[in-house]
Design a protein around this ligand. Structure first.
Ligand code: 1CP
Length: 343
């Protein structure tokens, strides 16, 4: 971690910092014309495998928005290549795994993961992005959480309800624990290598965790999340994002993340109260608000800031990824407004 304590890093540790730091989940993406121009030239996976381009896309989004942190351009599904599983990104349609994983023999036949070597292009991209960032702007590394990766592996892609993944999780202990354990191990190696390459903070994306009941989450998945968290130095901010997970907050609190990143479904203060005021919180503007107009955006931002009421440890963000149809001006307006209102 850089010694230079930036607003973002200070806020992760609940220290006073003004103005309020802001970055936007999925800030490099389709809504930005510079990103579209890169994607005209290369397919998504080619982009991911090209460290120069990943660094460029990371830095451009950071600069154009003037946000307080950059997030390395990559994808949560790249890691499954280390197991010998191929994923393609359809346009449109999203990720697709050619051979979904549904029985234990498949797990036994996975390639032995060589995370450092197989994902070297990500670490290279981190080094390049770091060297291009201003000294006071940190870089966030990230990975998908074990259950969210489990969902994609079992279903073979996106799903409306992840019922198949849930069915296997709840009915086949041997399969589930074998897969979750493996995903946990490679995720720890992956995130540590991102830190070693220069990432100042790490975020774990658990996009589909909200489909689990309190009891299933507690019994089956939570120990893996605790294991990942405990593998990291407490001086590196560890951010956990669970989507649709407000019913799980009493358990998520026990992960002891430095920062809890929350979606837009619940008001921020009751969420913070449950997750613990001693931990920082990140969120939680509904990304759909950015499809409206300046007046509506302003009213929602004021609503959030009024509740937070200058309590230290608040990082402004969206409650989920920015939508591809978002007008760039609206995203920029949001960032400038949060800075203006809190400086
Ligand atoms: O250019 C394109 O058409 C591809 C769209 C795209 C992009 C821009 C995908 C495919 N992935 C990404 C990059 C990405 N993915 C980033 C870096 C960009 C940035 O933040 O600046 C990050 C952090 C992710 C993380 C990610 N990928 C998540 C977790 C966050 C979330 O949105 O919940 C998930 C679930 C994915 C899987 C994935 N990859 C791509 C898509 C369209 C999806 C979502 C599919 C689905 O909804 O199931």
């Amino acid at each position: 971690m850089s010694n230079h304590k930036t607003n973002f890093l200070k806020t992760c540790f609940s220290q006073i910092a003004r103005p309020t730091p802001i970055w936007l989940m999925r800030q490099a993406g389709r809504y930005m014309k510079e990103y579209q121009a890169v994607r005209q030239k290369v397919k998504f996976l080619e982009l991911c495998h090209n460290p120069q381009l990943c660094a460029e896309v990371t830095l451009t989004a950071r600069e154009k928005l003037a946000v307080d942190a950059a997030i390395i351009f990559a994808d949560i599904l790249l890691i499954i290549n280390t197991l010998g599983i191929e994923v393609v990104f359809k346009e449109p349609g999203g990720p697709s795994i050619l051979t979904p994983v549904r029985n234990i023999d498949q797990i036994n036949n996975f390639k032995e993961a060589d995370v450092l070597n197989d994902l070297s292009y990500v670490f290279e991209a981190i080094k390049l992005a770091k060297s291009g960032l201003p000294i006071d702007i940190p870089l966030i590394g990230f990975a998908g959480a074990p259950f969210t990766l489990f969902c994609y592996l079992v279903e073979g892609g996106s799903s409306n309800n992840y019922n198949l993944a849930k069915q296997l999780l709840l009915s086949n202990d041997e399969f589930s624990h074998k897969l979750l354990n493996l995903l946990t191990q490679i995720t720890i190696t992956y995130l540590q290598a991102q830190i070693d390459a220069g990432a100042d903070a790490i975020q774990l994306f658990d996009s589909w965790i909200g489909i689990l009941s309190y009891h299933s989450f507690q019994n089956i998945v939570l120990p893996y999340l605790q294991k990942i968290r405990n593998a990291f130095d407490r001086n590196i901010p560890f951010i956990y994002f669970g989507q649709g997970a407000s019913h799980l907050y009493p358990l998520i609190k026990s992960i002891d993340a430095t920062v809890n990143s929350i979606d837009w479904r619940m008001e921020i203060m009751p969420a913070w109260n449950t997750l613990g005021y001693d931990k920082a919180i990140q969120g939680n503007l509904d990304p759909a608000i950015l499809l409206s107009n300046y007046d509506t955006i302003k009213a929602e931002v004021i609503h959030i800031l009024n509740q937070v009421n200058n309590r230290p440890g608040f990082i402004f963000n969206l409650g989920h990824g920015i939508l591809p149809q978002t007008p760039f001006e609206n995203a920029k307006y949001l960032v400038d407004l949060v800075h203006d209102l809190t400086s």
